[in-house]
Design a protein around this ligand. Structure first.
Ligand code: SAH
Ligand code: SF4
Ligand code: F3S
Length: 479
């Protein structure tokens, strides 16, 4: 569901990501006809799902300007990279990609290269000094300005807009679904973040939190359903603080209200959401989830650390006990709900004992999976200004390995318990390994692989009995 693809550990798999697969290359369907002389753009996206979703907005804006998508960067007139700043490694990856684009520019002068997203926002004009072959630097709230900026870049001027907005939600722009499986789609419901976790760069790169018009969200979900999609994921850095006031009725729509509105679009449309901040997820949300079968029983509830002192330094505003109570509450209301997490090891001043607290909370919460990282200091954040980054890299990495090892065991056990159970699975497409097998997810967001039988198609629900499980996948057969 969520993808942080600057880091070698995803899905608790402890797997190295193939360098060539880092960043996603998109191609859109030819839904709309373009001028035969249209120019071509190529876009790569890094970081969180929000960025992938933004790339679809960018594609839609470019389409209006008679730019068509291409998967081949060599034939592109405009090369865009939608960047992430969350960890140093994420930025290193982007710089490496820029070296590749430089070569294309050498061969094909006139090709424009643009840096979008969080790294553009963090570095602003500095990026142009550091990366002389870059023509455009555009922050996450300035994509409407792209046509104008491309125009000035065509005239040989650098195009820069990194203004953050308090209002922009791109509510009226219908995203051009890129590289889509036609079954599941992401819907951005809010932008920015007001939380100020001390380690995190997002409030600086994405600006203040703002919620999108609830009716435009429901309209987008309805449109997706009518076009055959069967799963939507509502996206935001902190979805539980979604709050939109209808200017006409003065009525306020909370996240629980919004979930209900989207769930009512159609019982066959699955609803997921990400990410939840433990401090903001309310009983109302949990009861709404329990009430609707099509709201998936899965919550991504990042803990970051299991130790109260470290959590305080991180400015997460909850402590260990409070988090444990939240976990209890979720399992009380939805015993079959799967919970996943994000974990940071080696945050400033973290002791071995405090690290043990993180290990023990993984067990307490019984996460189905986690995204795990070692702490990477980000310039300008509260932690960078206030605390010394004093844990040696080897220690951070060793602690990370311990967290990964434990999470893998927990994920394995979590999945083993599913053997013998039956789940409704939404078919997404062929499994990675064989076109004789389907893959799809159950409500708990677990990937299920099973042999094809009958005339089913992606986008249809089938009942699957689980026969076997690894720490990452369930295997089964249709019943
Ligand atoms: N808004 C989401 C997460 C956004 S970033 C939330 O609040 O949960 C995704 C994850 O990256 C975070 O949950 C955190 O675990 C990790 N992360 C953020 N800043 C980091 C840093 N400086 N070093 C290492 N990991 C970091
Ligand atoms: Fe970053 Fe915290 Fe906001 Fe998540 S909630 S984006 S970790 S500041
Ligand atoms: Fe990265 Fe920006 Fe998302 S920093 S994680 S792309 S909000």
């Amino acid at each position: 569901m969520q993808l942080y693809n600057d880091n070698p550990t995803i899905n608790g798999l402890n797997k190295k990501i193939d360098e060539s697969k880092q960043g996603e290359v998109f191609e859109a369907g030819a839904e709309q006809s373009l001028d035969p002389n249209h120019r071509k753009f190529y876009i790569e996206s890094y970081g969180c799902q929000m960025n992938f979703s933004d790339s679809e907005i960018v594609a839609s804006i470019l389409r209006q300007e008679n730019f068509g998508p291409t998967k081949n960067m060599e034939e592109a007139d405009l090369i865009l990279i939608n960047t992430c700043s969350i960890r140093e490694k994420a930025e290193d990856t982007v710089r490496k990609r820029l070296r590749v684009f430089d070569k294309i520019k050498e061969q094909k002068p006139g090709t424009l290269v643009g840096v979008l997203g969080c790294m553009a926002e963090r570095l602003k004009k500095k990026l142009l000094d550091q990366e002389q072959l870059v023509d455009l630097v555009v922050g996450p709230d300035a994509y409407r300005d792209l046509p104008k900026l491309i125009g000035s870049a065509d005239d040989g001027e650098k195009g820069v807009n990194v203004l953050l907005s308090r209002e922009e939600t791109y509510a009226d722009i219908s995203p051009l679904r890129l590289d889509s499986n036609g079954v599941s789609a992401f819907i951005s419901i809010m932008r920015g973040c007001d939380n100020m976790c001390s380690f995190c760069v997002v409030p600086f790169t994405r600006g203040r939190e703002r919620s999108r018009n609830a009716f435009s969200i429901v309209a987008e979900a309805t449109d997706l359903y009518q076009r055959g999609y069967r799963e939507v994921t509502l996206l935001g850095q902190n979805v539980d603080s979604y709050k939109w006031q209808n200017p006409e009725s003065e009525q306020t729509v909370s996240f629980a209200n919004l979930l209900e509105m989207v769930a009512q679009v159609h019982p066959d449309l699955r609803v997921r959401f990400s990410t939840s901040h433990p401090k903001d997820i309310t009983d109302d949300v949990l009861y709404t989830m329990a009430k609707y079968e099509n709201i998936c029983k899965y919550i991504h509830l990042p803990v970051q650390s299991g130790n109260s002192r470290v959590l305080k330094l991180m400015n997460r505003t909850y402590d260990r006990e409070w988090y444990k109570n939240k976990i209890d509450r979720i399992y009380e209301i939805m015993p079959d709900c799967a919970i996943s997490s994000d974990v940071i090891t080696g945050f400033c001043t973290e002791t071995e004992e405090e690290h043990q607290d993180t290990l023990s909370i993984l067990e307490y919460a019984n996460y189905s999976m986690s995204y795990m990282f070692f702490y990477s200091e980000r310039p300008g954040t509260l932690a960078a200004r206030k605390y010394e980054d004093d844990i040696p890299l080897e220690t951070k990495k060793r602690r990370l390995q311990e967290v990964i090892r434990l999470q893998n065991q927990i994920s394995f056990q979590h999945n083993q318990k599913d053997i013998g159970k039956e789940y409704m699975v939404l078919i997404e497409g062929n499994s990675k390994k064989s076109d004789q097998d389907w893959k799809g997810r159950n409500t708990q967001n677990k990937m299920v692989v099973f042999p094809k039988k009958g005339n089913f198609m992606p986008g249809e629900y089938v009942k699957v009995k689980v026969l076997d499980a690894t720490s990452a996948t369930l295997k089964g057969e249709m019943v």
